[in-house]
Design a protein around this ligand. Sequence first.
Ligand SMILES: Cc1cc2nc3c(=O)[nH]c(=O)nc-3n(C[C@H](O)[C@H](O)[C@H](O)COP(=O)(O)OP(=O)(O)OC[C@H]3O[C@@H](n4cnc5c(N)ncnc54)[C@H](O)[C@@H]3O)c2cc1C
Length: 480
Amino acid sequence: MQAGLFSFDQRVAPADAHEALRTTAASHPFSLPMPNDLATADIDRDVLARLSEKADVDQLLGALSDLDEDELDRLADGARPQKPQRPSPTPPVNADVYEVFEGLTDAQEATRETVRSFMQAEVEPVANDMWEDGTFPKDLIPKAGALFDEVVGRDAYTFPSDDPIRTNLISFEMSRVEPSFCTFWGVHTLLSMGSVALFGSEAQKERFLEPMAAFDMIGSWALTEPDHGSDVSQGLATTARREGDTWVLDGAKKWAGNATFADVTVVWARDEADGCIKGFLVEQERPGYHVEQIGGKIAKRGVENGLIELDGVELPEANRLPGVSHFGDVSAQLATCRASVAWEAAGLATGAYEKALAYCNERTQFGKPTSSFQMVQDKLVTMLGKVTALQTFVMQLGRLEAGAGAIGNERSSLAKVWACDTMREVVSIARGIMGGNGILLDHDVARLFADAEGVYSYEGSREMNALIVGRAITGQSAFV
Ligand SMILES: Cc1cc2nc3c(=O)[nH]c(=O)nc-3n(C[C@H](O)[C@H](O)[C@H](O)COP(=O)(O)OP(=O)(O)OC[C@H]3O[C@@H](n4cnc5c(N)ncnc54)[C@H](O)[C@@H]3O)c2cc1C
């Protein structure tokens, strides 16, 4: 055994050490017996006998005798068994500490509550199966239709929404629980229905928009191509050739959401005659239209993204969207959808914070909930700050959008960039403070962590959106 007081031989049980200290130091703090005086000291000899089997008592007492009163007190305190702490009650998880959503209108609040209940009752129970199977559960489609009727109204649909906060609260609440379901909804109601509402003829609205609003017809939306993503405005290679009253489409599309089971896909193609981008409504059963599901994804596994081949697909003029004359039209629609993605990012981050906090309150290590450790609390607070900022940010975005009627490219791109960056920081912390369980589907955060990568990349990458904002604030285009 070493002579230092704080290096007792590990064989000395704390209880024995404590007892020896109590009977020597605590009973006779000012007149400790020196090793040679042990025979005359008024101490508990049984305890010392037991201790001497495990430690060099002479050396121990010698070291003790060098201590002053304060040092002995501190030592006796340290050896005393800790009183069990009374556990404090765990407060409910609350991700809206600044009451950001307190000022919602009744309709907005009702929408939020309805969607939240729907997600918890219908989608959350199958979320992990969606992930494992890599498929979208089709039995949710009629239920999603009933939800749409309740929170939007099949005859009340407009694009852009006349209440963007209400519409985007839907994305927020969906993404908070299951981001793949949110993408299914967004591709159908914002991208596909949005294109028909914005650019379609009255006849097309009757033929497509009405059944789509009832979810009897599901939409997909195909702009990105295998060889053109960020540069799609310049490089889009799918062609449309007019032959009399017929259009012939050739090319390929990648990533189109819902494409494997959609009834109709909005396909963007370059008119061979004038070089401009045009939009077409392509039904699944058209000869020459082939779709296969993209496999091997690590994010948004419940979304069925399609790789589409268009091999001489013939369409009547009645399937061309007459309201589109160039890429700028598509871009204007995307600005609105991009703002929705910022809401989606805020919802996803909020969900990750809530799940991680609830987990840390339950998870016990060293006899205490992990949420009681200083470093874990620091991370929880960092997450809460970011989540609160995200909520405040998207609510202001919604107010701007409601006031102006449209959000504009710069504002929506800034929203996409910042919200996605912040979401990624939050999910990374959430996943980390859950240890190994943070990568298991069982605890939900793993799915949110991975899905954040899909949200980060779609509706324009970070860099493309940053270039849009950079151009606006500097007056200098840095696009290559
Ligand atoms: C889950 C998911 C769902 C999707 N759903 C749809 C859908 O329904 N319909 C659809 O049409 N598309 C969809 N997309 C496609 C999505 O919009 C594209 O992935 C996105 O636009 C980026 O294109 P890309 O993947 O081809 O990347 P690329 O264009 O190949 O870019 C790769 C990287 O290079 C960077 N980069 C490229 N050019 C520049 C430059 N000039 N300066 C600086 N950096 C640059 C990009 O920012 C990016 O980081 C989806 C994608 C995902 C992941």
